[in-house]
Design a protein around this ligand. Structure first.
Ligand code: PMP
Length: 356
């Protein structure tokens, strides 16, 4: 009887999601997870937006839909057309899903350094994947420029241009930002996340700044090898890119148009070393049951650092961009961790998770 009552009470506490219209209707409205153990340990209130719950598995589903909707609204693509993008992963996966759901062809140019899992997944989703040599953005053979050129060479095709098409940041301004504001009841002292295109940080940051009247602090979180922290800290000096990180999908060598829409309002930036990100990744798996990619772990480290700056009891939100599934052969492999000099930083009680 008691267990039946408990079960009924649990059922009642769920709010029922409405039936949604196709794959794209399932994008967004993700939970905001209170990271309980971490918050209790640190004395802050840390929240992670569960973007891995998007139907294509990452925060980039929102951008993919936003970019395609933008092209449709402007009449740039007609039924049966082709969507072309240069991407190393999650945006391509989001686009491939949205293209299937809306009847478009999808062509993805990607650097030939990417994992076979990602190439396979894109092909399973019906995308025409074109791996090209991994060369710098300044080189005309860079995957982005090749994507643009190809889109221009065929009829009824668009290059979605995730880095410099601000429909990307706008998608977060009208969905991710408002969701976080509502979920926290507007009681949010800080927000931080890392950037690839800058769409998430710019869109969410702009919305939270506007709603809070500038009170919510917005900080950029950067991996090693990115130029953005030094750009922000130096008041706008762009250094040459050097170094690398185990995190995928984040870090930049230039100020994209998406980031440019918000960069003057960013309050500060941190660079988070890989050692801290990987330990957080394992800790959150152990204590919160979260299985997340390395950019998400970096974001959570930054959220704690921002909370430290903002003071006792402060409330900070960040983004859990995707799950570890796309990276598990690396992040949970002893050999791979050792090759990056990271095996030793995992505390002994967490080493059991490195099972590959
Ligand atoms: N994390 C992961 C795993 C990603 O793939 C990306 C996008 N490349 C980001 C974070 C950063 O998102 P944005 O492009 O909105 O800056």
């Amino acid at each position: 009887m008691l267990s039946a009552l408990r079960a009924a009470a649990r059922t009642r506490s769920f709010s029922t999601m409405p039936i949604v219209d196709s794959f794209t209707g399932a994008i967004g409205n993700t939970p905001l997870i209170y990271l309980k153990t971490l918050s209790e340990k640190t004395g802050y209130k840390i929240y992670g937006k569960a973007e891995f719950q998007n139907p294509g598995g990452s925060v980039k589903d929102r951008a993919a839909l936003g970019l395609i909707r933008h092209a449709e609204d402007k009449g740039l693509i007609k039924p049966g057309g082709t969507v072309v993008e240069g991407t190393a992963g999650n945006t391509g996966i989001g686009l491939a899903h949205v293209c299937r759901a809306r009847g478009y062809k999808c062509v993805i140019y990607m650097p030939n350094t990417q994992s076979q899992e990602k190439i396979d997944l894109l092909r399973m989703l019906g995308a025409d994947v074109r791996p090209v040599p991994a060369v710098a953005y300044e080189n005309p053979a860079n995957y982005n420029h090749q994507a643009k050129e190809f889109a221009e060479s065929i009829d009824n095709a668009i290059w979605t241009d995730q880095f410099d098409n601000t429909a990307n940041a706008y998608a977060h301004y009208i969905t991710t930002g408002p969701e976080i504001w509502e979920q926290t009841g507007g009681d949010i002292d800080g927000f931080t996340c890392s950037t690839g295109t800058g769409g998430t940080l710019a869109g969410v940051g702009k919305y939270l700044k506007e709603k809070s009247g500038g009170k919510t602090q917005v900080w950029l979180a950067d991996p090693p090898g990115s130029v953005l922290t030094s750009y922000i800290q130096s008041g706008g000096k762009l250094i040459e890119r050097s170094g690398s990180s185990i995190t995928e999908g984040i870090g930049q060598g230039r100020i994209t148009d998406n980031l440019a829409t918000f960069i003057k309002d960013i309050d500060g930036a941190f660079t988070i070393p890989d050692e801290k990100s990987i330990v957080m990744l394992y800790e959150l798996l152990d204590s919160e049951g979260l299985y997340m990619g390395a950019s998400s772990a970096l974001n959570v480290v930054a959220a704690v650092e921002l909370a430290e700056k903002l003071g006792k009891g402060s409330k900070v939100a960040t983004i859990i961009c995707d799950g570890a599934y796309r990276y598990q052969s690396r992040l949970f492999s002893k050999k791979w961790l050792a090759s990056k000099g990271l095996e030793e930083v995992i505390p002994p009680h967490l080493k059991k998770y490195a099972v590959l």
